[in-house]
Design a protein around this ligand. Structure first.
Ligand code: SF4
Length: 379
């Protein structure tokens, strides 16, 4: 079995009581069957506490004011204090590790919903790379795994990484080009023309490709007010989602709605795409690479690579806007505001399968998320 991990994977260490959010609050933690049996038989006073603190029918830990019943006042886990990691259920043992399965390959990422991961990514200055190793483990069998499509998606993702990590160009241009590649790729996948994909990828990776792409910029010039309206319509995605944390809708509203509704007399206010500082460019690059790495190849199961690209880059734009709407961002790049925007978005959107599916569905179906509108917004 092959395993792929991002090159910062081994640097992660949970900061436990220092964590500004903790993974034990704000969502339901599902307990796997094997651990449930261990908890059922656990002796003594702690065993009694386990009996009353678990919803046995739903197989989840009960919550007190949205916090796991075992999360104590110091933001430490009483289960861990009682029995160490051995007493964790699978979810707690794994988090923030996230696994995507592809027949004989497992791709592991660290979830951005963890504030410590959000910090690592935000502070990472070098380009992220990925490491693949082989280990003994039984491979999953998938009856209809399309190996040919998977190989093409992996090749396309490599090209996307190299475009996103080409620091000779501004990040919005790189994102626009990756969206356009996702769009062209979708046509070939939908038409069953997988053999044409190599030629497409060669065109997008050829020398001077970004420069040639940049020439199209003029065709999509859009006024600041139009961009605000467009962005506001795109941010409607939040109203379509299941709410995981009760205060999230208000958090979004304060940071996005108010900005979009503010009228700005100057036509060149350049909403969304005002010049980015070097630090911010790198942050957005790491976010874009994170989302593309985690989700893009999942298109092997639904043949919707373009929706995966749109979801990834829409997420980057939304996180950035949540950050920009934070007062702390007014005086230059503010790391803590950037970290908070990233992990809050991720926790709400990535940690609900319903929400992930819903965002992909709306970016596929609604005309506001067309390539033209994305390019108008980015340029
Ligand atoms: S969210 Fe991350 S850093 Fe915070 S307690 Fe959980 S694993 Fe540790």
């Amino acid at each position: 079995m092959l395993y792929t991990i991002p090159d910062y994977y081994k640097e992660f260490a949970c900061i436990a009581g220092e964590c500004p959010d903790t993974c034990c609050a704000g969502w339901q933690i599902v307990i796997d069957e094997k651990t449930k049996q261990t908890y059922k038989k656990y002796p003594g006073d702690f065993g009694k506490r386990l009996k009353t603190s678990i919803d046995w029918r739903e197989s989840v830990f009960k919550q007190n004011e949205n916090r796991c019943a075992f999360l104590n006042e110091d933001n430490l886990c009483d289960l861990y204090l009682e029995g160490g990691e051995a007493l964790f259920c699978k979810t707690c043992r794994r988090y923030p590790r996230h696994v995507e399965e592809y027949e004989d390959l497992r791709e592991i990422s660290l979830s951005l919903s963890c504030p410590e991961v959000a910090r690592m990514l935000m502070e990472r200055k070098g380009k992220v790379g990925f490491i693949t190793v082989e280990k003994d483990a039984p491979a999953e069998e998938y009856e209809e795994f399309d190996y040919m499509l998977f190989t093409k998606l992996c090749d396309a993702r490599d090209v996307m990484f190299s475009i996103l990590q080409n620091r000779d160009y501004d990040m919005f241009l790189r994102m626009a080009m990756v969206l356009s590649l996702g769009h062209d790729l979708q046509r070939r996948v939908s038409d069953g023309q997988l053999f044409d994909i190599d030629g497409l990828l060669e065109r997008y990776s050829a020398e001077g490709a970004v420069k040639r792409f940049e020439k199209k910029r003029e065709d999509f010039k859009t006024s600041c007010q139009e961009k605000k309206k467009l962005f506001f319509r795109m941010s409607d995605m939040f109203s379509q989602l299941e709410v995981l944390k009760a205060d999230f809708p208000a958090y979004v509203s304060e940071r996005i709605k108010d900005i979009c509704e503010a009228t700005d007399a100057s036509e060149d206010c350049d909403f969304v795409t005002e010049e980015l500082s070097q630090e911010e460019q790198i942050w957005l690059e790491q976010l874009a690479v994170y989302f593309i790495y985690t989700y893009f190849c999942g298109a092997v199961y639904d043949e919707q690579p373009y929706a995966k690209v749109k979801f990834a880059l829409l997420s980057v734009l939304m996180i950035r806007q949540l950050y920009r709407g934070d007062e702390r961002s007014r005086e230059g790049f503010c790391k803590s505001a950037a970290i908070e925007a990233a992990y809050r978005y991720s926790k709400e959107v990535e940690h609900s399968d319903n929400n992930l599916l819903r965002v992909e569905e709306i970016v596929r179906q609604r005309s506001v998320y067309s390539l033209r509108n994305f390019l108008r917004l980015l340029w």
